[in-house]
Design a protein around this ligand. Structure first.
Ligand code: 5AD
Ligand code: SF4
Length: 429
């Protein structure tokens, strides 16, 4: 009987890319991926530990599986959460059979056999396992391509350097070859992933940087679009922005998390830029690429964030006019430097600051989206949705729906935006 694996994924795009890698590894070893947890022989949760809330969700999922062991199946906790807490996880969750960090997925098909016989499998810490090459088995148009692993920036609030280890850039020839093969099998848009893609190449012993990688990828004939995330302001060079401006395949979207508009807090966060330096990047980007979409992450309630610091962030968000932001309430994380700082802000106060910025951004986003009405944009058509609308993205990463022929899928077409409603644009050919 064919063995079936159920995978539950939490967290960021990197975790979802890891889930795809995991599926690929198991399918290659004769397993089938199932959506039905009841028929699975193995249940894996890929965990996110960036914030406490995310972590609570994984453990509540895992604890909901407590009687699974009795039925002879295995439960695995994988990814960042596994790498951070390692075997200590077993103290409170002894029913887990496998604890596996992101670098060891390749070993799981072999190790799972021992786990099924009752052995505890613990594969953590980092090693130098290669990135797994993707195939386009699903006839996809869009694919996420990890180009770096890990991060050594040590922002003082962030657990990622402890969960994913040091920055490791993938070999550029391997990246290019993978994307060439994917484009031959129908992929038209690749999204380059990394905790800080702008640092690509820093750890390699050759002079080759992110802008050069972008240029090289854009030469792949059949590929139509390239996007990337995340960018760190301290490494967002003029060269990267100029490459974006000059190259028509590179999407005009920059996700550039600022976190705070207060220089005092930015320093405590170890972000290595000031609000003035950040503003200069935005000004330069907008001068070069007037239609650029800029998005950001904002954190409220960092330890010692005073009302004055918060208001500086509030005013900064107003000044920048982001297309979209993700707002997070600071969450204390193990091993981080910020966890040792005094004066933590109350949950109620964090919520107040969160709501204030959320309401501000709602108004800004509405205003920006109204400016798109009647604009002509170019859409890479990705799919037809269940209501019969074609769906695709504009060059600056807005999702647009419109009526049209499904043979347009995989091509770029011109549409005129007519309407905006709850985060989506509706257009006409
Ligand atoms: N608490 C709250 N938000 C966090 N982020 C990272 N670490 C924390 C934390 N400890 C947010 C940052 C980052 C995004 C991916 O998650 O804003 O940019
Ligand atoms: Fe975390 Fe900072 Fe690295 Fe981003 S750049 S993953 S916030 S340490």
């Amino acid at each position: 009987m064919v063995k079936k694996l159920y995978i539950k994924t939490y967290g960021c795009q990197m975790n979802f890319a890891d889930a795809e890698r995991l599926k690929y590894i198991f399918e290659k070893n004769g397993w089938q991926i199932t959506d039905n947890i009841d028929e699975a022989l193995a249940i894996f949760a890929i965990g996110c530990s960036v914030r406490q809330h995310a972590e609570n969700k994984i453990f509540s999922f895992i604890d909901g599986l407590k009687n699974i062991k009795k039925q002879g199946r295995v439960v695995g906790l994988l990814g960042c959460t596994a790498n951070i807490y390692k075997k200590d996880i077993l103290n409170q969750h002894p029913h887990i059979n496998i604890i596996c960090g992101t670098d060891y997925f390749d070993l799981l098909p072999e190790k799972i056999e021992s786990a099924l016989k009752g052995e505890k499998i613990i594969l953590v810490e980092e090693n130098q396992n290669p990135f797994v090459i993707k195939t386009n088995s699903k006839n996809s148009i869009y694919v996420d391509i990890p180009i770096t692993k890990g991060c050594d920036n040590f922002c003082s609030y962030c657990v990622v350097p402890y969960a994913r280890g040091k920055l490791k850039s993938r070999n550029s020839v391997e990246i290019i070859n993978e994307i060439k093969n994917l484009s031959d099998s129908g992929v038209r848009h690749v999204n380059l992933l990394g905790q800080n893609v702008n640092e690509y190449g820093k750890d390699l012993n050759i002079k080759y940087d992110f802008a050069e990688l972008l240029k090289e990828i854009s030469k792949i004939d059949k590929l139509l679009r390239i996007s990337f995330m995340t960018s760190h302001p301290k490494d967002t060079t003029k060269k990267i922005l100029e490459t974006m401006a000059e190259n028509e395949k590179i999407m005009k979207h920059l996700h550039l998390p600022v976190q705070s508009g207060s220089n005092r807090i930015l320093k405590l966060m170890n972000r290595k830029y000031s609000r003035e330096e950040y503003l200069k990047i935005i000004e330069y980007a907008r001068a070069l690429i007037p239609d650029i979409s800029i998005t950001s992450d904002i954190m409220v309630g960092f330890p010692e964030e005073t009302e004055k610091d918060f208001l500086e962030t509030y005013e900064f968000v107003k000044e920048i006019q982001y297309d979209k932001i993700y707002i997070f309430k600071y969450s204390k994380r193990p091993f981080t430097r910020a966890a040792k700082l005094p004066n933590s802000i109350s949950e109620k106060e964090k919520q107040r600051r969160h709501s204030l910025i959320l309401n501000l951004q709602k108004k800004i986003s509405r205003k920006i989206s109204e400016n798109y009405i009647n604009k002509n944009v170019q859409i890479l058509v990705e799919k037809i949705n269940k209501n019969g609308y074609l769906e695709g993205k504009s060059l600056n990463n807005k999702t647009v729906y419109f009526s049209g022929d499904k043979n347009k899928i995989r091509s770029i077409i011109d549409v005129k935006i007519e309407q905006y409603s709850s985060g989506s644009y509706y257009a006409k050919l």
